[in-house]
Design a protein around this ligand. Sequence first.
Ligand SMILES: Cc1ncc(COP(=O)(O)O)c(C=O)c1O
Length: 418
Amino acid sequence: MQALSSIKPSAHLADVRYEIRGALTRRSRELEAAGLDIIKLNIGNPGRYGFETPAHLRQAIAAHLADSEAYGHEQGLEAARETIAAQQRARGATGVAVERIFVGNGVSELIDLALRALLQPGDEVLLPSPDYPLWSAATILNGGRPRYYRCLAANGHLPDPDEIEALITPRTRALVLINPNNPTGAVYPRALLERLVAIAARHRLLLLSDEIYDEILYDGAMFQPLAEVAGEVPCLSFGGLSKVYRACGYRVGWMSLSGAPACTAEYRDALQLLAALRLCANVTAQWAVEPALAGAPTIQALTAPGGRLHEARRAIVEGVAASDYLDLVAPGGALYAFPSVRADRIAAFDDNDFALRLLEEEHVLAVPGSSFNVPQSRHLRLTLLPPPTQLREVFVRMERVLARMAAEQAAQPVAAMA
Ligand SMILES: Cc1ncc(COP(=O)(O)O)c(C=O)c1O
């Protein structure tokens, strides 16, 4: 037998990262295996924190098990797509039709599919920094190049349209928005969306709007669907059951193509071809789409005052206000907060080092901001999913690590700090 050689992965993966389930999470599992209790704030997985999928969604799936044994339509069950189309029409989107709606195994699958159908090698995609890292990964894996526009805390984590326009080159194909945003919780105002649509129209870009957190809003924040503002401008809007309906294990997401149909006919056909190549999305869980979108809303009980997510957000806002070291733009939506460590309190700060110390010394797992494609981050992403009492405990522990870091720096000779 010839000597065995190692199997090399594709070179495309060299720049692809997903730290939310990366090295820190693996270390956390080791600590748990050694018998330690770890408080996990790293992942937006509602089912892991005692949130339940509404009973009427489960019942709809159970009632249709026998109808779920054959492959379904490549774009999704007709009934599910009709319901999504009705939602998009009610939101004021232009050119909505069941033929322009695609159901996938979560938004994750559709992000990849949408970019695969669009990009030629070297094409550029405008992505927010910070981003949800799958957007960067899917851009790179499909031959594209991320061009990041900043969403700085100093600007409420909102992008600057002038900066976005200055990044556009002849290779730019698409502008991605995540609204409400993961990881910052920013909710984009209509006036900002109008400026971004005008840029997309001027430069013939496809708008890609990840709206998976569309109904998770706090303190009166208003969500404005991009498709309505975009009108005739081609726009793909993404939504799903994972977050608003706490059903991420079901793996159901959708995307709706809006705008002038003539401009997107070829692109739509490409999406259909790619959807057909993977045959269809999981049929079983698609029966939950209609009861979810047409039934009584259930998320508001969690996001209104007294609701679990509202109180979790309040615990975080109050934890930051009481901290000697932290700053925060309070999240308007989604399931996360993105606090930062003040430069006037800890000058030399490395978010990866901090997250590792928080895990090793205080048994709290959170994700460093630089995992979301932000250079030199002073941020940390926390999820709003643990019980509020546990979040208050997290702030006690974070403060202890930060106090130790500040004391260590104060003890260092001035020359070492330079
Ligand atoms: C912004 C954003 N988009 C997409 C996804 C993927 O969602 P899905 O469970 O539908 O694949 C997530 C998951 O956390 C997310 O935060």
